[in-house]
Design a protein around this ligand. Structure first.
Ligand SMILES: C[S@@+](CC[C@H](N)C(=O)[O-])C[C@H]1O[C@@H](n2cnc3c(N)ncnc32)[C@H](O)[C@@H]1O
Length: 275
């Protein structure tokens, strides 16, 4: 009884190990094909020269948390992890997720590089300080409201595709044969939201915002003067009124900053009183 049970058990163990070896051998052999179907976008890898350029433009440091939306074979996440950043790849294709994990292990960055099998449209990427993507213009557009709600200053880098009328803050083109027609990197910095009415000691500012630019007026006493050169770089704000140039930092519903007057630096601050 006992010997036959032992034989049965040994056979079972042998079968299971043969099956699992087969499965793992098959998984380890998985070779993605450029152009293969993806849920919303096919897989085409970003060439390494452009990966490096995208991370340079985003100024990725070990303090960053980068999320690649549709991470393919994991190259952006792995390269960011090699720069010391924590990085996450969100990828719908489970074979690509498994491949990315193996690639991260080969590059010895599994402590920094993580991958999950998920749909980008059902994922929370609000904790990212840098977002990378190589999707399609219509997908970028669908994600745009969520991206504009990220913390001001979050850097967004896209391989080739734009955000329609939200103009990029910076664009660069790399030259490398293996990049084909995908050789452009575009960077956006999520701007603080400043549209509305702000109270200053000098009067009332009314701002109308279009992504990282804004226009408006300053109303003081009986005078209303236009604002020019309104610009946001994350939470940093700058604009001119006449020949005076104002700088500041937006923190929620307050702005604190400086302007130059009569050769002196003067502090100014504003509080938002209406949308
Ligand atoms: C053009 S590839 C870019 C891969 C990688 N980011 C790179 O730059 O090398 C797009 C990737 O997005 C994945 N993808 C498509 N739709 C997705 C979705 N809804 N959620 C998550 N991943 C998706 C595809 O499987 C593919 O790997």
């Amino acid at each position: 009884m006992i010997p036959s049970r032992f034989v049965r058990h040994s056979l079972l163990v042998l079968c299971l190990s043969l099956i699992s070896t087969g499965i793992f051998a098959q998984a380890a052999d998985y070779e993605p094909e450029v152009g293969q179907e993806g849920k919303d976008v096919i897989w085409v890898p970003t060439c390494q020269v452009l990966v490096d350029k995208m991370l340079d433009m985003a100024k990725v440091t070990p303090q960053d948390y980068l999320i690649d939306l549709g991470s393919g074979d994991g190259r952006l996440v792995i390269t960011a992890a090699k720069r010391g950043a924590r990085a996450l790849g969100i990828e719908y294709n489970p074979d690509m997720v498994a491949l990315s994990k193996r690639n991260a292990a080969k590059e010895r960055v599994i402590d920094k590089a993580q991958f999950i099998k998920a749909d980008i449209f059902e994922s929370d990427f609000s904790q990212a300080t840098v977002i990378t993507m190589f999707l399609l213009p219509e997908i970028n557009l669908k994600l745009r409201p969520q991206i504009l709600n990220l913390k001001p200053g979050t850097r967004i880098v896209s391989n080739s595709f734009t955000m329609e009328e939200w103009a990029a803050d910076e664009t660069a083109i790399v030259e490398a044969n293996d990049c084909g027609s995908y050789s452009t990197a575009l960077l956006w910095i999520v701007p603080a939201k400043v549209e509305g009415i702000w109270k200053l000691p000098q009067g009332e500012l009314t701002l109308k915002q279009t992504f990282q630019t804004f226009s408006g007026t300053l109303k003081s006493d009986a005078k209303t003067v236009p604002i020019t050169n309104g610009k946001l770089n994350g939470d940093l704000i700058s604009f001119s009124i006449g020949s005076t140039h104002y700088n500041g930092r937006v923190t929620g519903s307050t702005i604190q900053g400086t302007y130059r007057s009569g050769g002196k630096t003067v502090n100014w601050n504003a509080t938002q009183v209406g949308k």
